[in-house]
Design a protein. Structure first.
Length: 74
């Protein structure tokens, strides 16, 4: 899912950059483009962190369930 989000963010930022460059590129445009790219990278990093946390949580729940099942069968 994060690949789709990443692609959408990149496409959105590409469109914004193209729109800003229609009348020529100014220093303000460069700053805005850099800011947009930085925000996108932070959002992508947050998505990746969230996915890894979910994965760790699922694994911990699975291991706890296995431990519970083993303790019941004794």
């Amino acid at each position: 899912m994060s690949d789709l989000k990443r692609d959408v963010r990149d496409a959105k930022t590409d469109v914004k950059e193209a729109w800003r460059n229609v009348d020529g590129e100014s220093l303000g445009d460069k700053v805005a483009n850099t800011t947009d790219r930085a925000k996108d990278e932070l959002a992508n990093a947050g998505d990746e962190l969230h996915e890894q946390a979910d994965k760790a949580s699922r694994e911990a729940s699975y291991q706890q369930g296995r431990a519970d099942e083993l303790s019941r069968s004794r």
